[in-house]
Every structure is written in structure tokens, then in C-alpha cells.
Design a protein around this ligand. Sequence first.
Ligand code: CTP
Length: 398
Amino acid sequence: MLSGKRIILGVTGGIAAYKAVQLLRDFQKAGAEVRVIMTPDATRFVGSDTFAALSRNDVPIHIFPENHSGSSETWVKHIQWAEWADLMLIAPCTANTLAKIVHGFSDNMLTAAVLAARCPVYICPTMDGEMYHAPSTKRNLQLAEDMNFRIIPPESGYLASGLNDTGRLPDADTIFSHLFPNQSSLPLANKKVLITTGPTREFIDPVRFISNPSSGKMGIAMAKAAKALGADVILLHGPITEKIPHDVTALPFESADDLFALVQKHGPNCDVAIMAAAVADYKPQEKALSKIKKGDAEKTLFFTRTPDSLQWLGENKKAKQILIGFAMETDNLEEHAREKIGRKKLDWVVGNTLNAQDSGFQHDTNRVLLLSSKDEKFSFEGLKTEVAKKVLETIFQA
Ligand code: CTP
């Protein structure tokens, strides 16, 4: 399936370097031609001869090797190899190499090749949890995204330090799904997934609007989880400051009417819709064209209903389409969430409550109740990224 693809696998000095050996084999089995570049520290974990034998090629490490004969061949290798590659993958990528890359260092063959690359460069940040959560790593990952490096997020689990945290190298299937989303055997490969996230704004006059505190974090977490399962994602997002993943088609909306127009356009073609946006149910009957000036008298505003995008998708549901709604409640979570399954013709609803400190609007964490139209019931809690992953893995039995 990767026949003719030319891949540079960059391996850096983390314990997961041994997993890169299998990754190389998996790429080759799928038909790709792979060349490996190691950082000097990576050779402490796996011998460069292993990669050389398996890739049937040199494994450059230094730009100026010790026995460098002065030939031009060695020192232009980073340029030649970077031109040769269709894509570069750095797996594992340590915090150190990540920091070097985003600051333009080129002190070894791998960082120099990254600097010279014209092809997409994928990075698998892999490190201990504390290092992954460190402000400098977070900032460097943000910089990497801004520079169009493609980040394949690490997984949570048992780490080499003995701690249970985020920082593990994902398995080959997950990495493949990020690199070649349409060619994998993942459950959402070749599936179009429409996701809505963030708040709406209903303007009263040019300077005031009605909205809610939705940050868009849960929908973005859903987008990342859907990508990891191989999906093509269209992300419809309200006004949010959260970073939008580079590998989705992102379309902005402001009001519930804008959202409805986008859903009518893109909804009918999607295989799955995940509606996480916090949509205003009412809008001011009239929007004043000029700023409303204050007076001494009390003021009354009249509201009309907005279109319900999810309700519309339910009423126009295509065969085999899967509709996943959200329910944000303050009380009787299960009852209200279940009622939405029937009313909006949903397959699944993700209920969350505003009553717990670590869930709901703005938080990085959430506690959700996942209910199906077939009366299945699950609950998940943790980081929104983890919760989103569990929700989609449960629904699509990944
Ligand atoms: N939704 C939507 N368009 C709307 C309102 C809601 O697409 N105009 C979607 C939300 O994105 C969510 C689901 O419908 O997936 C439920 O939204 P919610 O506001 O909780 O429910 P409502 O149907 O509006 O009912 P109520 O506000 O009475 O709880």
C-alpha cells in the first residue's frame, strides 16, 4: 500500500528507539523505501548497524563523521536525502530534538535534514510525562504546529520511568493512520466525519452578543481522536482561541444560522456527525444596525428560535449515517441526555455536567456519560483528549 513511497525515519535518543526498528519493518512490509537517520544519543539505545542492515543503506548520524575523508558526499547528504524523501517521520522524538528543530538548530544529520526538508515532517513527541507537560515542551509543540510540522500525539500508559502518564510512542497502526489516513485498516479510514465545536454568537447590536463559555476543547479532542482512527475530518468551529489541528478541514461559523448553513452543505455527505458545539437556542428578534445607547428605562429584548442543526441531521438522516450528539446539563444528566437520543434521532449521546469541578466548559478534563440508542451505557473521565479517544474507540470498536 505504500509502494514507491520514500520515507526518512528519524530516530532520537529515547527508550522507545527500539520500537522504531519494528516501525521500519512495517513501512517496508507496506512497500515503502525507508532510510534511517539517527541522532548520536539514539545509538545508545539501538545500534546503527541494526537500522543499516534492515534499511540496506547507510545510517548517517553526524554531519562531519570522525573518519570524514573530505568528500562532498557525506556533507551534502542531509540536502540530498531531504530532497529524496516524500515524508519524514521522527519517532521517537525527544524533548531535546523537538526543541532543536523548532529553533532551527542543525547540529547533527537529523536536525540538518529536517531544516532542509521540503516534504511533510511528522513528529512523535515521546518522553516522560513530566517532560511532556513541561511548559517549554508545550510551547515547543505549539511552535512546531505553527511551523506546519505534523504532531502525532503520544499515548498515555505505563512509561519507562514506572509512572503512568502521557508520553508513550503510539503503535504502528496509529502512526500509519496519521501518515496515510485513507489507506489503513482503521475503523474510520475513508470515512468523512463532520464535527462541530465551540460557541455561537448571536449579536444584539454591532458591539454586543449572546454566547456561552464553550472553549471548543472537547470538539477539537474529538477531531484529533477521529483523525487517529483514520477519518477525514471537517471541523466546523465557532469563535475559539484553541489551536485547530492542521490536518482537518476547518470552517468557521459565528451564529447558529451560519452553523446551520454549513451543516446543510456538509452534513448530507458525511458518514459520521459529532455535534459538540454549544449552540444558542434563541437569537434576538432583531439585530440593531447601530450601537444601542443606554437610557434610564428598563429594556426588554425579544428572542426567536434558532435552527437546530442536529435535529435537522436527524430528520434527514442517511442510511448508515451515525449521529453523535452532546448534552451539557446542570441536572438529571442521564434523563435529559437520553431524551435527546429520541428527540434528535441520535445513535449516541455524550452527556456532560456542569456540576463537577473538573468537567464542562473550559476545562482540559471532562467526565462524560456515553449512551446509545440501544441502551448501552458507559462513563469516562480524564483529559478531554483521552475521553474523546475512549468515546470514539467505544463507538467504533477500535
Ligand atoms: N444542537 C445543534 N443546534 C442547535 C442546538 C443544539 O446542533 N441549535 C446540538 C448540540 O451541538 C448538541 C445537541 O444538539 O449536540 C444538544 O444540544 P443542547 O443545547 O444540549 O440541547 P437542546 O436540544 O438545545 O435542548 P435543551 O437546550 O433544552 O437542553
